[in-house]
Design a protein around this ligand. Structure first.
Ligand SMILES: [Zn+2]
Length: 493
């Protein structure tokens, strides 16, 4: 049975009395890491990620199948015990490390690289201090502009910078390891972010349900927060007083468009179940996607137009995602859809000045002007548009998550590639697909891909490979002619 797991009994603290769990001492932890690395040298590597204020090492355990090409793997970082006495979080990660070397985790090891930092605040491990010895809250020792102030949080930031993971989890918990307590939860970090347009809540709900069906009740940190009047002063409309703090989770999201989750873990087994469930979700295609992965690929959506990361491998998608994410405030789409005709067209640009030039223009003169300026033949697309409504021009800086609050030079071309998507009605039959005025065929490199999404749409993705030249701002015209099925009373006819 997947979750049939016996927690290890550590010598320190009380033995498993039925009331409290036992905890390892720091030397016991070191020997546990050493044993794991020795016994599973094909999966486990151990390194010092940094050190505490008092010079204690902060260890990173990396677990992955070292025989599989790293380019193909997604990356995950999980940290525990940023709050010193919350040792149940560490226990969950130690149990996860033990599970990850078992045969049950073989597929996860093949497809993901998982970095675990079970004890981030070692100076406070024995003293049961919430903060570090400098009395700094390590979880919140992050800012949008600067590096962390403490060596412990800097170690977390360094690993995040190196891995730029698809998934990051900060695990919290209790001092004593109560075996039963009503009050676990997931996803708190989003109460600090007004910008989230990811699928985090849907993702989190899947792990809530996995824990609940194993007997661990879960609070919904945000969904139950009654934030219906969020502009009223004070934090009274938040279930959790996270305020405007920049936590390690916000940091990961803000810098790398990482799916981030703050978990409260009271029983380590509950934390284990939720961590395993998350890792398994990463091996499946998300509800909008064709390929397996965490839902971090799309960084912008305006109705039927999406801007996503380019790439056939996890490494390519990561490089593209991180590059594009810092420039979402530059994304500009002018789009028109004519469902009865079965035609969708979108012009994409990285040039902020196109906002004024493209706004509220009729489709036909717009296409003519676009074709002349870009030196491409748009006659076929113009003809297919037929009786088309006005183009809408939309700027997307309202979604700006702050990644580019730091002064960054304008991105002129997507040097790591770009994936532009048009989302069509359910079961649409593609008739013709154009990129920059020319019909294109199916190709994951420089053509289109199409699939039916689990949430009920037809997705067409245009793959625009990496570019090096930067003489001009990058612009593209994408268009699809399609036949939509007629739907009567919910039935496709
Ligand atoms: Zn905490």
């Amino acid at each position: 049975m997947k979750f049939g797991w016996t927690p290890r009994v550590w010598s320190q603290g009380s033995a498993d009395s039925g009331e409290l769990l036992s905890y390892p001492s720091l030397p016991e932890l070191d020997s546990f890491y050493g044993e794991l690395q020795k016994d599973f040298s094909g999966f486990v590597s151990l390194e010092k990620a940094g050190h505490s204020v008092q010079g204690r090492p902060i260890w990173l355990l990396t677990i992955t199948d070292q025989e599989v090409n790293a380019e193909e793997k997604q990356r995950v970082v999980m940290v525990g015990q940023e709050h010193g006495q919350e040792r149940s979080a560490s226990l969950a990660l130690l149990e996860l490390a033990r599970w990850l070397v078992t045969p049950a985790a073989a597929e996860i090891r093949r497809r993901q690289c998982i970095g675990l930092m079970p004890v981030v605040n070692p100076d406070s491990w024995e003293d049961l201090r919430f903060n570090n010895v400098n009395d700094v809250n390590l979880y919140a020792d992050f800012s949008l502009e600067d590096e962390p102030t403490q060596p412990e949080s800097q170690a977390v930031a360094d690993i995040l910078e190196r891995m730029q993971p698809e998934l990051f989890c900060s695990l919290h918990g209790t001092e004593f390891g109560w075996k039963y307590r009503m009050g676990e939860s997931n996803g708190f970090s989003w109460t600090t972010s007004q910008f989230d347009r990811s699928h985090s809540r849907l993702f989190i709900e899947e792990i809530n349900r996995a824990a609940e069906s194993a007997g661990f009740p879960q609070d919904r940190g945000e969904e139950e927060a009654e934030r219906i009047l969020p502009w009223l002063p004070g934090n009274i409309h938040h279930s959790y007083y996270s305020g405007q703090r920049v936590t390690s989770c916000v940091h990961a999201y803000h810098r790398y468009h990482t799916l981030a989750n703050t978990m409260e873990v009271h029983h380590p087994r509950s934390g284990l179940i939720r961590c395993i469930t998350m890792l398994e979700l990463g091996n499946k295609p998300w509800r909008t996607e064709a390929v397996a992965g965490y839902p971090v690929r799309t960084m912008f959506q305006q109705d039927e137009t999406f801007v996503s990361a380019y790439g056939q491998t996890a490494a390519e998608r990561r490089a593209s995602r991180v590059e594009l994410w810092g420039h979402t405030n530059q994304f500009l789409v002018a789009r028109g859809v004519n469902e009865p005709v079965g035609m969708a067209v979108t012009a994409f640009s990285l040039d902020p000045e196109d906002y004024d030039r493209w706004r509220a223009v009729e489709i036909d003169p717009f296409l003519q002007q676009y074709g002349e300026e870009q030196g491409i033949d748009v006659a076929e697309v113009r003809a297919a548009c037929g009786r088309f409504p006005r183009l809408q021009s939309l700027r997307c800086d309202q979604i700006k998550p702050v990644a580019n609050a730091q002064a960054k030079p304008l991105l002129r071309v997507a040097s790591q590639g770009l994936a532009l998507r048009l989302r069509l009605p359910r079961l649409a039959a593609l008739q013709r697909v154009w990129l920059d005025g020319r019909p294109v065929g199916a190709s994951p490199v420089d053509g289109y891909e199409s699939w039916n999404t689990r949430n009920g749409f037809t997705m067409v993705q245009f793959n625009v490979p990496p570019r090096a030249d930067s003489e001009r701002f990058q612009r593209h015209l994408i268009a699809v002619a399609y036949r939509a099925p007629r739907i009567d009373r919910g039935e496709v006819v």
